[in-house]
Design a protein around this ligand. Structure first.
Ligand SMILES: O=C(O)CCC(=O)C(=O)O
Ligand SMILES: [Fe+2]
Length: 302
């Protein structure tokens, strides 16, 4: 995928910065969304089941189907990403809004069940809109980090979290995993080779599901198709334990939503750090560089 050549319909970097750095631009255009104003939403009380704990230990990922279904912020985020996509804007712009970051807070009980109480969010986020035709696809097969992210007993020091904002199905490009227990190369030989294709597992989930995986297992997002009844819309973020060095910086407090300025700086950082997944257009590269520099002037949470 190549990025659009305009941002907010503009091509001049100065004008674009003026536009995107104005919170009222966003809240006017997306009147149901909030910036530094959303009340905390209720946290799900569903306990993290032993079977998902086992799945995480044995196969390296967990699935909580529909955990966040019924949260009013899910349809709001879904509408926002859909509108952004329709206007030729990156789905990642949804992360200027509180609702995006609130999802990370709602995932807290699940993250704590895997990483323990002391964790921070990593500055690694992305959002996807896979239209219902075969020209769109999720991320190609990869392992999230090639450095060691597992303890000697196999427990993860960091994880990726992924929330479905629509039903994710094989037809619209749901997630696929090579389960850790079936991967002869796991965890020390981090190739992308798959010996037995039958070991690949598709993981379709309904809207409002939370999934997570360790950062060593092999996984990818599928290709969408004309047979899909809805687009695949999802967002991802990452978390790590605090007793190990940061895998990326700045680490973020899980209980505090980043400021609007920090969200823009993070968008810049994502544009630059995921260039291997996309071909950045010139204007997005310029914007990424300009926004990422702003990180230096933001207050970085302790
Ligand atoms: O949604 C996708 O296509 C890929 C997600 C993924 O690999 C990630 O967030 O680490
Ligand atoms: Fe990934």
């Amino acid at each position: 995928m190549r990025f659009p050549d305009t941002i907010c319909g503009l091509t001049d970097l100065k004008e674009i910065l003026q536009r995107v750095e104005d919170p009222s631009y966003w809240t006017t255009q997306f009147s149901e969304m909030k910036i530094e104003a959303l009340e905390p939403q209720w946290l799900p009380e569903t306990p993290f089941s032993n079977s998902e704990k086992d799945r995480m230990t044995i196969d390296g990922y967990f699935v909580q189907k529909g955990l966040l279904a019924g949260q009013p912020i899910i349809p709001r985020l879904k509408n926002t990403v859909t509108t952004l996509f329709g206007e030729g804007m990156l789905p990642l712009w949804a992360s200027v809004f509180d609702e995006y970051w609130e999802l990370a807070r709602l995932a807290q009980p699940s993250i704590k069940a895997i990483l323990g109480a002391d964790y921070k969010l990593l500055p690694d986020t992305w959002a996807w809109f896979l239209a219902p035709h075969n020209l769109t696809q999720g991320w190609a097969p990869h392992r999230d980090r090639l450095e060691r992210t597992l303890r000697s007993d196999g427990r993860p020091m960091s994880i990726t979290l992924w929330v479905s904002l629509t039903d994710a199905t094989p037809e619209n490009g749901c997630m696929y995993f090579l389960p850790a227990s079936l991967d002869p190369n796991y965890p020390d030989n981090l190739t992308l080779k798959i010996d037995n294709w039958q070991d690949i597992r598709a993981v379709p989930v309904p809207e409002g599901s939370l999934m997570g995986w360790n950062q060593t297992i092999l996984h990818w997002g599928g290709r969408s198709s004309q047979w899909a009844s809805n687009p695949r819309i999802s967002i991802a973020f990452e978390a790590q334990c605090t007793d190990v060095p940061a895998f990326n910086e700045p680490l973020l407090e899980p209980n505090e939503r980043p400021s609007f300025e920090m969200r823009l700086a993070l968008i810049g950082k994502q544009l630059l750090q995921y260039q291997h997944m996309y071909q950045l257009s010139d204007i997005y590269r310029q914007l990424g560089t300009a926004l990422a520099q702003h990180a230096e002037t933001c207050t970085i949470p302790a």
